[in-house]
Design a protein around this ligand. Sequence first.
Ligand code: ADP
Length: 577
Amino acid sequence: MNWEQAYRELLKQYNQVKTEYERAVQRIQELESQPRNGASAAAAAKAEVVAADVASPANYEATLKRLVRQIGAILQAEKVVFMLHDPEEGELRAYPPAYGLTEDEIRLLRVRATQGVSGEVFREGKPIIIHDAITDPRTSKEHVAMLHIRNLVCVPLILEKRDEENRVIDRQTIGVLHAFNKQRGGHFIDEDVRLLERMARNAAAVIAGMRLYQAILEEKEELVHTIESLRAGLLLVHHNGRINQMNAAARRVFGLGPDVLGKNYTEILNNDTIRAMIRAALEEEREGELVEITVQIDGKEHIYQVQNAIVRGEDQKPMGTVMIFNDITDIRNLERMKSAFVATVSHELRTPLTAIKGFVSTLLMDSEDAFTPEDRREFYSIIDQETDRLTRLINDLLNIARIEAGESLKPVYKHVDFYALSKKVVMIQRQATTKHTIIHEVPEDLPKIIADEDKVDQILTNLLSNAIKYSPNGGEIRVKAWEEDADHIVFYVSDQGMGIPKEHLTKVFEKFHRVDNTDTRKQYGTGLGLYLVKHLVEAIHGGQIWVESEVGVGSTFYVRLPKVPPAVKEGKEQVEK
Ligand code: ADP
């Protein structure tokens, strides 16, 4: 996984920097312990060295500060300063900490990387001694005046990369190191150069360490930020049981605030399964387990799939365990809905088939003509209705399959007289019920629209058959339409049935969604009808559909259709004659 690699890489880099830094500190100490003519100065310098064991920006800076002071003492120079190369600006620029220079002087000390003594040392990688800075043509007179430089020695700051056997595998010049003005009017000599070169190597290592450290800090910050905003929950528990990392998504699982880092997992994680998993990981190095937990978040049930892994250091020793929490509530719900769907579809198919088969068999067996013509008519009409129901269901299923496959249902646009169409649909639906009064309230002069006639038929039929189905005690059903504005018509289908609870008002248009209660359970259905209707209204006609409803009072489904669908307006589809 990406973040896991990143974390390991970060740890590796951090350890590298630490080793490099410690090596540099050690070399400084060794250097100081070598006797030199200024023995007392060296002793004084040595007294200041405090071995630092943790790499941090403050420690790096302190180490460099000691280093410049020690160089001043050992070389008996009045001023010591680093100038580092800035590749973007093409400059060599002085950086703190320096010895014997004010902050302003440090800020003002900068030259082109190609100019002067510093430029030459940087380019050539060779040290230079200047005995008389005022007359020597190579010095910058401006800097000589600013820093009152009499004489100087300048060496390159070379960063050496070494392999495991301490062989130099790469060299890079990152700047120069200056010592100005030998004390007591003296002159710098070749031995000073050699000494300064050795100090410069250590300084380069410390500076490189500091830069790397800063880069790692930035990288770490970025990583922490990324982890924090992951959708999946992430929890990192250190080998000692303390929380090292826990992002917002993971804190949500346990209902925790941001103040969790450094706390023991047994104190704050209230889930036994997870605690057992962490314990097994820390104590027995068990990993790769996959468990599912169910938690309540804001009063809602969430299912999480949790997996863990052991985090190992470079030496393969376990450093802790990491866990990922994936919210699979939606997937589980969909799975549940799908199996419920298969059950209902099988049922929906079997019910009309059983009826058809029953009546056909009865008619076939009636060799004596025991049934009256009226009976027979009724049987035929039931067979007819049930066949229609089967056809509708199969059409719905085929259409859904097409939408799912990404094929939009091919529209056939014509001039449609909604008045005539709705009148026909209402008449057909009246046949299907004796309990309901279906009122057709569409003005005869309603303007014609451009639409797919079969699909509008399907929309209206679906809404009307739902209105009948979900008002089992009968009542009034109304189909009303009007011209809303110059570009739209609106129609609705209202009933006085069981109504829809508020929390389901938008969900009823989702695939497989059925309101589940004792009333609705008595009505067969697949939860596909309104999903399909919404698709037909929106995708085919560029319209809108919504519902207003009150439980126990009734429901009204509204549809707004543009008089000209967008596809026609934009010239993508033709209107058939
Ligand atoms: P189906 O009727 O096959 O279940 P639909 O997609 O047509 O599927 O409807 C989804 C759900 O919306 C229904 O199960 C029902 O709970 C609710 N519903 C639809 N129309 C009405 C209505 N007129 N009155 C009350 N509830 C309705």
